[in-house]
Design a protein around this ligand. Structure first.
Ligand code: SF4
Length: 372
């Protein structure tokens, strides 16, 4: 069925010129990135998952460490979940790590440890959507499969001078059709990488460098002087200020940890008891700490002093985290917590996957233990 797009796709002569110019530019300007050293589908897959919602500069170190620890799909599948999460620690969005681990186990169990090449099968693996499947299959196997992510979405919108809603159905159909149209018969992996590189390094969100752009002569937004208006800016959601507490409960040289369930921001990570403290008045803080620790862990505590206040940002939230100490009193009789808990020595926290703030507190405890 012939689809009617809101703006026309480029013609054959435009495509010939585009397919010549962009890969030639990429050959000269591609950044040296660890995951570009080879086309092993496993390495490409790991890099693509890490790069979702994370900057290239942050991913580089994590990628090398991860592949050194789990050099093959089999090694990842055989690993303990805690080891995988520990190596992911600090990258955030821990669901990605758990899904990667789960998918590795499926590949070993159902495909003999070989990464599948059928796009339908690949897209059924946990954590792999249309974009990620396209990136892995095109880069690793040179399959003619399109990709569309933040960089290419912006680039295609400008090349076509499309100022409609890129997330709505008509916009998505247009931009995926463009992503497919620009692919050559051979060299789709290189073309997809060139597109992402151009979007990330030249056709940037705030300041596109049109003078250095190898396809400027083909760009409708550039011709119309509308590159700063396309794509339409998203409405920014206001920053929300959040106050939370975390409690370090001590008992004979050990501290109390709980494990968050799968799903949610800290799914399957270990943590100190943590909870919101938003509208709690100073006079009620101690009671609130004791009640929340009991509800989360089933442990009765006597809250003590505030030891540290950390501030950090997560997406649109500005979080102030108040870190308190508390003394163990007893195990509560009636508390019905379902969370797993552990008492660990500070140095034993080294092996536990923790959130970034949890790791900061663990570091603080170790310094104290060494100094004690
Ligand atoms: Fe982007 Fe400018 Fe190149 Fe057009 S000419 S693709 S707006 S960098």
């Amino acid at each position: 069925m012939m689809l009617c797009h809101p703006v026309p796709l480029p013609d054959a002569s435009w495509l010939r010129s585009f397919r010549r110019r962009l890969p030639a530019w990429f050959r000269r300007h591609a950044r040296e990135l660890p995951w570009r050293r080879n086309r092993d589908p496993y390495a490409v897959w790991v890099s693509e998952i890490m790069l979702q919602q994370t900057q290239v500069g942050t991913v580089a170190g994590y990628f090398d460490r991860f592949l050194a620890a789990f050099p093959t799909i089999e090694a990842l599948a055989a690993a303990d979940e805690d080891e995988v999460l520990r190596l992911w620690e600090g990258l955030g969005y821990y669901r990605r790590a758990r899904q990667l681990h789960k998918a590795a186990r499926i590949i070993v169990a159902e495909h003999g440890g070989t990464f599948p090449t059928d796009p339908e099968i690949v897209r059924r693996l946990p954590g792999i959507g249309r974009y990620t499947a396209g990136a892995i299959l095109s880069i690793a196997f040179d399959a003619r499969v399109p990709i569309l992510e933040a960089n290419t979405l912006r680039l295609f919108s400008r090349l076509l001078a499309y100022n409609g809603d890129s997330q709505a159905s008509a916009g998505q159909q247009l931009l995926w059709a463009m992503a497919e149209t620009v692919l050559p018969r051979r060299g789709s992996g290189r073309m997809n990488q060139s597109l992402m590189e151009l979007g990330s390094e030249v056709c940037t969100a705030r300041a596109p460098r049109c003078r250095q752009c190898p396809v400027a002569a083909l760009c409708r937004a550039n011709q119309q002087g509308r590159q700063f208006d396309i794509p339409r800016p998203k409405v920014k959601r206001a920053v929300e200020v959040v106050r939370q507490a975390v409690v370090i409960v001590r008992r004979r040289g050990r501290v109390l940890l709980l494990r968050w369930p799968a799903g949610g921001r800290f799914g399957r990570l270990w943590d100190f008891p943590r909870f919101p403290l938003d509208s709690v008045r100073p006079a009620d803080v101690r009671r609130e700490l004791a009640e929340n620790v009991l509800a989360l862990t089933g442990v009765v505590v006597a809250p003590e002093r505030l030891v540290k206040t950390l501030t950090h940002g997560v997406t649109r939230f500005r979080i102030t985290l108040e870190c308190y100490e508390a003394k163990f009193l007893s195990n509560g009789k009636s508390a019905a917590t379902t969370l797993e808990t552990r008492w660990l020595r500070p140095r034993e926290l080294e092996k536990c996957p923790l959130s970034s703030t949890g790791r900061k507190l663990a570091g603080l405890l170790q310094v104290r233990e060494v100094g004690a």
